[in-house]
Design a protein around this ligand. Structure first.
Ligand code: ATP
Length: 288
């Protein structure tokens, strides 16, 4: 890292503002096609929600984008400047990026990520700084300050001295978020970031994610709660099943989280209400 350390969780590596583009991503496991030519774009400095019924491949897609799994086909790129029609633009193949550089670029908070290692919360969060320092060097004062700031920002400051393995699901979720913040990524992938969280913590997490996006971080988050997605996301991508995960709609909340898209995808009957204060859609559901 060059220059003074930021303690606000903003991207430190490179000049911010790069979007994410997954193009024609295909992935099979055990002979079964899970994702079928999936295109997902996450605009820079915005919160993109990835929604869809259970088993449509949301987690799989995030794992492919994060480089945890390799796709059978397709491309995942960091897009600094989209090309005009007929022009290449300025993008970089994320999957071909050296591991360490990718870890400075992208952070991934997995669903129910377990950690049975005997490690304190503070040290777990400090791991987020690893890609930013030279291989043999220990953490600097800046690293420690960033880890402390990340813990506070994730609402887990009082957990610093605890062993990770002793935490509740919600506490653990906050610590994983803090580690990702300490990583200062340009792209943040979140798999069900509100899982295990009480309602106040859900709101705080989504506010934090919104602030990161406003700071220029590109966020792609798998979400189950469609009203939470409607309340917080800038863009939404909907995956549908059968015969394999594929994108059925993508775009602004008002265009995508509508009965015409949700009902056939989930097999429910959706009613869209309006939040009395924010004017955002609030979705309620009935069985068909
Ligand atoms: N490693 C694996 N081996 C076998 N099947 C897998 C593997 N990973 C994912 N799958 C299958 O791929 C499909 C998509 O799973 P994935 O977890 O990506 O869906 P999801 O949309 O995130 O689901 P949920 O909403 O239930 O979390 C599921 O049918 C799952 O069983």
């Amino acid at each position: 890292m060059t220059g003074p350390a930021r303690t606000d969780g903003r991207a430190a590596d490179g000049a911010g503002g790069a979007g994410l583009a997954a193009e024609r991503v295909r992935w099979s496991v055990g002979g079964r096609l899970i994702l079928d030519d999936v295109d997902v774009t996450a605009p820079p400095g915005a919160l993109t929600g990835l929604v869809g019924p259970n088993g449509t491949g949301k987690s799989s897609l995030l794992r492919l984008v994060a480089g945890v799994e390799r796709p059978d086909g397709g491309r995942v790129s960091l897009v600094a400047r989209p090309g005009a029609p007929g022009e290449a633009g300025d993008s970089e193949d994320l999957l071909a990026m050296a591991r360490r550089r990718r870890a400075r670029t992208l952070a991934f908070v997995e669903q129910d990520a377990a950690s049975e290692l005997p490690v304190t919360v503070f040290d777990a969060v400090l791991l987020g700084r690893t890609p930013h320092r030279s291989v043999l060097a220990g953490p600097t004062e800046d690293d420690n300050a960033l880890a402390r700031a990340a813990l506070e920002r994730a609402g887990a400051g009082d957990l610093a001295a605890r062993e990770v393995s002793t935490l509740s699901g919600g506490e653990r979720q906050r610590v994983h978020m803090a580690r990702a913040l300490a990583q200062q990524p340009r792209v943040l992938l979140l798999d069900e970031p509100t899982n295990h969280l009480d309602v106040a913590a859900q709101l705080a997490t989504m506010r934090l994610v919104g602030e990161l996006a406003a700071d220029g971080v590109t966020v792609l988050a798998a979400l189950h709660d469609l009203s939470l997605a409607a309340a917080t996301c800038d863009h939404v991508v909907v995956l549908a099943p059968e015969p394999a995960g594929r994108v059925v709609a993508a775009g602004p909340v008002e265009e995508v989280l509508v009965p015409e898209v949700i009902d056939p995808t989930y097999g429910v009957r959706t009613t869209v209400l309006r939040h009395p204060r924010t004017g955002r859609p609030v979705l309620t559901f009935d069985e068909v």
